[in-house]
Design a protein around this ligand. Structure first.
Ligand code: NAD
Ligand code: DAU
Length: 361
């Protein structure tokens, strides 16, 4: 039986991926290592409660003894590494934990896999998929073409820099030790189980409560949006069919300015839950994120050509599915919005998300 170690499986993409993988490979043993930080939530994995093919281990990817022990106790032949500190705003408030988890944690996992898979014959049937971000390529201007996998790295936030460091380590372990590493760099995900500090679920929560929706700067920054299920499909294909040692960009071909994304979200919310009134009145321009990258966009020709993957879900359709999920999971939402969550909002936005709205765009 294939045993796959998924790190960060109690987070947004990790939880979606575990459900996806179980459907794709019902005979695999899924081993989930997650520290359960503020972003990790076991409730997202309630569907695995009585599943004998699933094991949860609470622990830190930077805990070398623990990680080595897992490789000794379980016949792990696949690693899919999601665990990370993932929110740019938090990395600006407290960069240290990003270095520890994203760089040291990734190194710890790579080293444990290298030790466990040191027999070249065994290693040839193993794969270590390191999940990363488009932010490592840095900020694009309006006329720049979407970046390919060979573009130089130019990270600009502590989060992006820590992910870039982790990517370099993962690549180095392939080149230096022959560890069967694959790296993916993906654009902004959205969908069920996303922690409501990220743009889409955060704005949705604020709108449902009639509170101000803070948009950084002029709302003109551009992101490319990918429905999480499409990301999971791409990862599952890269894991099994990707070429070891290579990097694959994964994107939604769906670039949009933040203000337009929020307007589309609010329109869809009004359709699904009429009677909320004019929600655009809640949109509030607030001071910009320091070092705010203007635009990200990925060229995805490689994954399309090599693996036949392309995004299936349009932003409009994905947003409707996402809103419908949040509307029918109010309990999940209430529980993740704990005191810790409220403390972060206070630190990040001050009175702006609770007080009266600022100027309208
Ligand atoms: P998330 O913040 O929702 O989840 C992160 C998970 O990692 C949580 O369950 C948390 O408890 C766990 N974790 C954190 N520190 C840990 C540690 N030291 N040891 C073990 N577990 C730990 O993140 P996400 O949005 O699901 O992102 C997952 C991965 O995908 C990250 O590596 C991120 O960089 C990458 N990524 C995310 C996006 C996106 O739009 N969300 C896009 C591209 C790439
Ligand atoms: O690009 C991939 C990255 O996407 C991932 O690697 C990160 O883990 C993920 O968090 C995400 O990073 P962003 O910084 O792009 O996502 P966020 O949801 O924080 O912000 C999206 C855009 O919206 C960004 O331009 C900042 C803006 N924004 C965000 C928030 C939370 C606002 O204008 N107001 C807000 O309150």
């Amino acid at each position: 039986m294939t045993c796959v170690l998924v790190t960060g499986g109690a987070g947004f993409i990790g939880a979606n991926f575990l459900y996806f993988l179980r459907q794709e490979h019902p005979d695999w043993h899924l081993l989930n290592l997650d520290l359960l930080t503020y972003a990790g939530n076991l409730e997202s994995l309630s569907g695995f409660q009585d599943d004998a093919r699933y094991t949860f281990v609470r622990g830190d990817i930077a805990d070398r003894a623990l990680v080595e022990d897992l490789f000794t106790r379980y016949p792990i032949t696949r690693v899919v590494h999601f665990a990370a500190e993932s929110h740019v705003d938090r990395s600006i408030l407290d960069p240290g934990v990003f270095v520890r988890t994203n760089v040291i944690g990734t190194h710890t996992l790579l080293e444990a896999a290298r030790q466990a898979w040191k027999d070249p014959a065994a290693a040839s049937s193993c794969r270590f998929l390191h999940v990363s971000t488009d932010e490592v390529y840095g900020s694009l201007g309006p006329g720049d073409p979407p970046v390919t996998e060979t573009a130089p790295y130019a990270p600009r936030s502590p989060y992006a820099a820590s992910k870039a460091g982790a990517d370099f380590l993962a690549r180095a372990y392939f080149h230096t030790y022959g560890l069967p590493v694959l790296v993916t760099n993906c654009t902004n995900n959205y969908g069920p189980y996303q922690f409501p500090e990220k743009l889409i679920p955060f704005c949705l929560c604020q709108a449902l409560e009639g509170k101000p929706i803070p948009i950084y700067g002029q709302g003109t920054n551009v992101r490319d949006w990918l429905f999480v299920e499409d990301h999971c499909q791409a990862l599952a294909q890269v894991l099994e069919q990707g070429r070891v040692g290579e990097t694959y960009n994964i994107g939604g071909l769906s670039e949009m300015a933040n203000l337009d994304v929020v307007r589309l979200l609010l329109d869809s919310l009004q359709e699904l839950r009429p009677g909320l009134g004019d929600l655009t009145r809640l949109i509030t321009l607030v001071p910009d994120r320091p070092g705010h990258d203007w635009r990200y966009a990925l060229n995805i020709d490689k994954i399309q050509a090599q693996l036949g993957w392309r995004p299936r879900v349009t932003l409009a359709a994905g947003l409707k599915r996402t809103i419908a999920w949040y509307l029918s999971h109010q309990d999940w939402l209430d529980r993740v919005r704990s005191q810790v969550y409220r403390d972060f909002l206070q630190q990040q936005y001050g009175a702006r998300v609770t007080g009266k709205g600022g100027p309208k765009p």
